[in-house]
Design a protein around this ligand. Sequence first.
Ligand SMILES: Nc1ncnc2c1ncn2[C@@H]1O[C@H](COP(=O)(O)OP(=O)(O)O)[C@@H](O)[C@H]1O
Ligand SMILES: [Mg+2]
Length: 237
Amino acid sequence: MIIEHAYAHLPSYREETWPWSVPCVRQLLDEGLRFTAPVTFLVGENGSGKSTLVEALAEGFGLDSYGGSHDWRYASPRGKSALGECMRFDAASGRGRRMVTSWSARKGFFLRAETALDALGREGFSPDHVSHGEGFLAAFRGKFLHPGLYVLDEPEAALSFSSCLELIGHIDRLAREGGQVICATHSPLLTALPGAEIIEVGEHGMRQVAWRELGIVDHWRRYLTDPHAYLRHIVEP
Ligand SMILES: Nc1ncnc2c1ncn2[C@@H]1O[C@H](COP(=O)(O)OP(=O)(O)O)[C@@H](O)[C@H]1O
Ligand SMILES: [Mg+2]
């Protein structure tokens, strides 16, 4: 594990403007965000603030906000966001201390769904010759090797069921080897990783939840049991 606490302080901000208008960002400013396990999943509705949060965490740690690894952050075509700029971290004991105190020791990778293929191209994985999902898998196999901070934004988007299982294996291995993974996701499959912490993001801000209590798990279970129970409200008979 690398970081155990992320926080951000600002002397003042306008609550009605993004990103301060997002409830989870305001909770981060008020209380910080504590990590209790080497793998943390952030779940929540579209627009709840997961991407805003993971981007700021990645930026604050020095990972390129466009997506990519620590060693080409200066090539970023985007500037740091106001939130990324003021993000600070407390290190977990052990390996984390060096990574958090020394900028050059920081290692990791930020996989951002929207720009992942482009980012992978810059990393040497040729995106022209592989599918979106294959590109993701190539990144997991080729880049998720060293203990560091891995920030993932909906990595399941392009992955099949079995590829998601492979991804869980990579995440688990990284965590066991001293790394840390923070992952925004809608996947009931990924969030089932034993020992992972799950944080639900929404209007309330952020709160820890158990896998069994997640809305996405309940909805998927009921949908698979009886799709019609949902579809009769959506499609015409
Ligand atoms: N660059 C931006 N400028 C202004 N508003 C934004 C920007 N990015 C996201 N938002 C808004 O912030 C809220 C949270 O978005 P986002 O973090 O992308 O949610 P999620 O990833 O959970 O779907 C949404 O209301 C979205 O419209
Ligand atoms: Mg998002």
